[in-house]
Design a protein around this ligand. Structure first.
Ligand code: MN
Ligand code: MN
Length: 470
């Protein structure tokens, strides 16, 4: 008699991607819904890098973290944070073991693709007042047409005073939009390649249309808006030059599906990892090794700049922490701490979309609902510019997750030579630490409405917690 196929002992030898929902107890399902409801609120409060920073800072402060500069000495269990220009944040819980044993680091980024206003944005044409934009990060430009946009940001007057702008989020607020061409007259547009259908200089935002009185007054439509801005915000046109005003989708994060299994929302790359990593850290008390989260800016434009992962903020903050933990601290101490550390580069990966199956290699592609994604390498054209994690470290993370009941899967950023991309993994690795890319699979990544599985968001939180406490 043959053994029934489903019971054959050899079946245990094969890798099997599991579905998270199959593995959750009723109680854990409730936790998934509770955590992801909170995550949606986070997404709504954190639509720009500055807002993600402020929201994260409020969270760590409310959880008893204090500025590292305020402490003279640090002991196990202490909770500290450091800030960098309203855009980057590091928070840590000091471990029981000496810092020289290394840290458990999770790094994520708070910036997301968006439309920034140009330094001189405002003009009028044919009775319409418009703002010129320069897009930030990798976008498919056509996705930003014909959707409601909200204006978020800050203007700094020449005396240094900040003016905060937030229009389009409250019910009753006006919103902004980029108009698209009607299909009736879109023959030429439709014949273009998608990449060329909308020009970068075509991403102009409609902001007004009531002129000042006096038909012979030049630029009277634009001047009317400048008058409005002067009245409401006490700013002049030159103030736009020292401003960071960003257009983001005006909608809120929502449940998707009859069963509410997914979350749709703007900025989930990479705020899904920001939220889950931060929550994991906040819930970590007295870890063996010091647990640290670094939330960086500017990842979407190459991690440059002094708030990006490439800057010294990360090293300087660990130096500040180490000098308060280690007696007789010296530069070599920092080098040892760094190279003995382990890091998860917490960033999103592509989820297999049945509508776009041909861009991934299905055996190695991540599925939505199949758990936290371990991505050994990213890069392009032969793993170029990828961190490519060491087998030993991948095994370490596997073990930690398996022991903690974390449902995880392996993933790859598209099929070979299809394209690719990068994360902050290589910048963490440059310090000598072991690094693995590990995050949530998304559908519609970099679109104004990205989709994640609630099950995966929960597993990210659970996995990051396990990594910190292991
Ligand atoms: Mn990302
Ligand atoms: Mn991205």
């Amino acid at each position: 008699m043959t053994v029934p196929k489903e019971q054959h002992p050899a079946l245990k030898l094969a890798y099997r991607r599991r579905n998270v929902w199959d593995c959750l107890s009723g109680q854990e399902k409730g936790l998934v819904m509770a955590i992801t409801d909170n995550y949606k609120s986070f997404l709504d409060m954190a639509k720009t890098e500055r807002e993600a920073f402020e929201t994260s800072l409020r969270y760590v402060k409310s959880a008893g973290f204090r500025p590292v500069d305020d402490a003279i000495a640090l002991k196990p269990g202490d909770r500290v944070f450091a800030v960098n220009r309203h855009k980057a944040l590091i928070a840590a819980v000091i471990g029981n073991k000496p810092l020289e044993y290394g840290l458990n680091v999770i790094g994520a980024h708070m910036d997301s693709p968006r439309l920034d206003l140009k330094p001189l944005p405002i003009y009028e044409e044919e009775g319409l007042v418009l703002f010129k934009t320069h897009y930030y990060g990798g976008i498919k430009k056509y996705q930003w047409l014909s959707i409601p946009l909200a204006l978020h940001g800050i203007v700094i007057r020449d005396n240094g005073e900040p003016v905060y702008v937030l229009i389009g989020e409250k019910p009753g607020d006006p919103i902004f939009t980029i108009t698209d061409l009607l299909p009736h007259l879109a023959k030429d547009q439709m014949d273009k390649k998608m990449a060329d259908a909308v020009a970068g200089e075509g991403l102009n935002i409609l902001v007004g249309g009531i002129p000042l009185a006096g038909e012979d007054l030049k630029d009277r439509f634009k001047l009317a808006i400048l008058e409005h801005l002067s009245r409401e915000y006490a700013i002049v046109e030159e103030d736009f030059i020292s401003a960071e005003l960003e257009l983001v989708p005006a909608w809120q994060a929502r449940d998707i599906g009859f069963d509410r299994s997914f979350i749709g929302g703007y900025g989930q790359d990479d705020r899904v990892c920001v939220y889950t990593a931060l929550r994991a850290l906040v819930e970590t008390t007295a870890p063996e090794l010091t647990a640290l989260v670094v939330l960086a800016d500017k990842e979407e434009i190459g991690s440059n700049g002094n708030t990006g992962m490439e800057s010294v903020f990360f090293t300087n903050t660990i130096r500040e922490i180490a000098s308060r933990c280690v007696s007789g601290y010296k530069e070599l101490t920092l080098r040892r701490i760094m190279s003995n550390s382990r890091a998860l580069s917490a960033d999103v990966n592509v989820g297999l979309d049945p509508g776009f199956k041909d861009v991934v290699e299905t055996m190695n592609a991540a599925r939505l609902g199949a758990g936290l994604v371990l991505t050994k390498y990213t890069g392009s054209k032969g793993k170029y510019e990828s961190n490519d994690a060491h087998a030993e470290f991948v095994a370490h993370v596997r073990r930690v997750f398996n022991n903690a009941g974390v449902i995880w899967q392996t993933g790859e950023l598209g099929k070979v030579d299809q394209g690719g991309g990068g994360t902050i993994a290589h910048l963490l690795a440059a310090h000598g630490m072991d690094v693995l890319d590990c995050g949530v699979a998304l559908l519609g990544m970099h679109s104004p409405f990205e989709v994640a599985s609630k099950a995966d968001v929960y597993m990210a939180y659970k996995g990051y917690r396990a990594f910190y406490t292991r």
